[in-house]
Design a binder for this molecule. Structure first.
Ligand SMILES: [Fe+2]
Length: 219
């Protein structure tokens, strides 16, 4: 759920969002975010809002043909800054990303999703994923203004959900402890992930998995 410029949207992972009435939560309908439907843009459920200039940054890809990524960025007033398609050099799995002040960063995983078993209800999404470690991860970095060619760099690590990143700075993520059944927030030095968290903040309860939500203040 994302509230932007007075409108409330519910995103899926590789399609168009639904617009909802922000007061009644009634479904208004499928939304193209006021862009031309012929652009065939897809969105995933992990847009980022720039806390500085208010940019609303989106990427989208398809599990079926996810070698190309769609990147769409709106300014704080909802005006399109740019949208472009970027081809990945290999079949990758991608779920979440980082937006920094100057760059868009994607961790492209060497995983293949056998979507048909998942869509037919035969297998869970996790069971439909095939991990190809020999291929290695690829980090893709693109300029925030959308111009220029993306830069690719190999990296070994699997990352499912990103919190918020900085360059250089801190990485924040939620961790669910299956033994205590509680969730804690971990803060890591972005340059020294291998050292583990420098700080953990413990909840007295769990945060439900697949926690996608939006808090809105009462005005
Ligand atoms: Fe997600």
């Amino acid at each position: 759920m994302f509230h932007n410029n007075g409108k409330l949207y519910a995103f899926d992972e590789s399609s168009l969002p639904y617009e909802l009435d922000p007061e009644t939560l009634n479904t208004i309908g499928l939304s193209h975010l006021e862009l031309d439907p012929d652009l065939n843009i897809v969105y995933n459920a992990h847009p980022k809002t720039d806390g500085g200039n208010g940019d609303w940054c989106h990427f989208g890809n398809s599990f079926v043909r996810n070698t190309s990524l769609r990147i769409t960025i709106f300014d704080s007033l909802g005006k399109l800054k740019f949208q472009r398609k970027v081809e990945s050099p290999q079949y990758v799995y991608l779920h979440d990303w980082f937006v920094t002040e100057k760059h868009l960063v994607f961790n492209l995983h060497p995983a293949h999703v056998n979507i048909f078993g998942f869509l037919s209800g035969q297998r869970s999404l996790i069971d439909s994923m095939e991990w190809n470690p020999d291929q290695g991860n690829l980090i893709m970095v693109l300029n925030r203004d959308g111009r220029g060619d993306p830069i690719f760099a190999p990296k070994l690590r699997f990352l499912y959900e990103t919190g918020s990143g900085d360059e250089p700075g801190w990485l924040l993520t939620q961790v669910y402890n299956g033994h205590t059944r509680k969730t804690f927030m971990a803060i890591l030095d972005a340059d020294q992930l291998e050292n583990g968290p420098v700080c953990t903040i413990h909840n007295t309860h769990h945060v439900p998995i697949s926690f996608y939500g939006w808090w809105k203040g009462v005005s």
